[in-house]
Design a protein around this ligand. Structure first.
Ligand SMILES: NC(=O)c1ccc[n+]([C@@H]2O[C@H](COP(=O)([O-])OP(=O)(O)OC[C@H]3O[C@@H](n4cnc5c(N)ncnc54)[C@H](O)[C@@H]3O)[C@@H](O)[C@H]2O)c1
Length: 239
């Protein structure tokens, strides 16, 4: 399939690690020009890459990063919001502090809001596309995941609202189950190596992101693509 992403101006947040880094590499492989935003150092990958240091919770820093990418590439066609944190995974709600909850919402929700807010004029001009990282945790949970699930549910709802709010711009999100990244390794450790536990690779998420970002999915707007090996489709019925 031809994605026709060559030459497109793309901005990826959370670009230094995991899914964001896989998205950067996949867009570069398609010949796109990529702005790679992170608060951590981004690996030097290719000439077409512009690394921008920013914290997605800081509105001034996000606006400046978007301006820098748009100035370098002459506009922005695609933004991908991967920056995220998992917060106090495993902590029961009664022991979860308001500060931890607020920090998680600031990165996972406000960060996505600021990204799209400041990229919106460029995306409107290019009839562009947004892909946000939500999670299957928007729909299912395990004990000790209240803040993370709340943040990802907010991303799904915000995706739908943004699709309505931004005429001419497609806004979708992807909702993967566990992906083998430093975040998941930190939270789950060797569980990821159990062959009975379905785990996906960051590249598999990136392929979905690129398809949604491309004109090949021009009919898809305001959607949350749940990629969980079908786990959530199974009824609790004992059969
Ligand atoms: N790994 C999984 O199992 C999984 C599953 C579903 C969804 N997700 C989501 O995918 C996204 C990427 O996760 P990942 O697993 O690749 O994690 P990761 O920890 O490997 O990468 C996250 C990146 O975001 C950056 N970041 C965090 N806070 C930031 C901030 N305030 N400003 C700028 N950059 C910031 C980090 O520096 C890091 O480079 C997240 O939104 C996560 O919630 C992950």
């Amino acid at each position: 399939m031809r994605l026709d992403l060559a030459g497109k101006a793309v901005l990826v947040t959370g670009a230094a690690s995991g899914i964001g880094l896989a998205c950067v590499q996949a867009f570069l492989a398609e010949g796109a020009r990529v702005g790679a935003l992170d608060r951590a150092p981004v690996p030097t990958l290719a000439d077409g890459l512009l690394a921008v240091h920013a914290d997605v919770t800081d509105e001034g820093s996000v606006a400046a990063a978007i301006d820098a990418v748009a100035a370098r590439f002459g506009g922005i066609d695609v933004v991908v919001g991967c920056a995220g944190i998992s917060g106090p995974v495993g902590t029961p709600v009664a022991e979860t502090s308001a500060a931890d909850f607020a920090e998680l919402m600031a990165v996972n929700v406000t960060g996505q809001f600021l990204l799209v807010k400041h990229a919106a004029p460029w995306l409107t001009a290019s009839n562009g596309s947004v892909v946000l990282l939500a999670s299957d945790s928007a729909f299912t949970s395990a004990p000790g995941m209240v803040p993370y699930c709340a943040s990802k549910g907010a991303v799904v709802a915000m995706t739908r609202a943004l699709a309505v709010d931004l005429p001419g711009v497609r806004v979708n999100c992807v909702c993967p189950s566990v992906v083998d990244t430093p975040m998941a390794r930190g939270d789950l450790g060797e569980v990821l190596d159990d062959p009975a536990f379905p785990v996906q690779a960051p590249e598999e998420v990136a392929w979905q992101v690129l398809h949604l970002a491309s004109a090949r999915s021009r009919t898809v707007n305001g959607q949350a693509v749940l990629a969980d090996f079908g786990v959530s489709a199974r009824s609790g019925f004992p059969a």
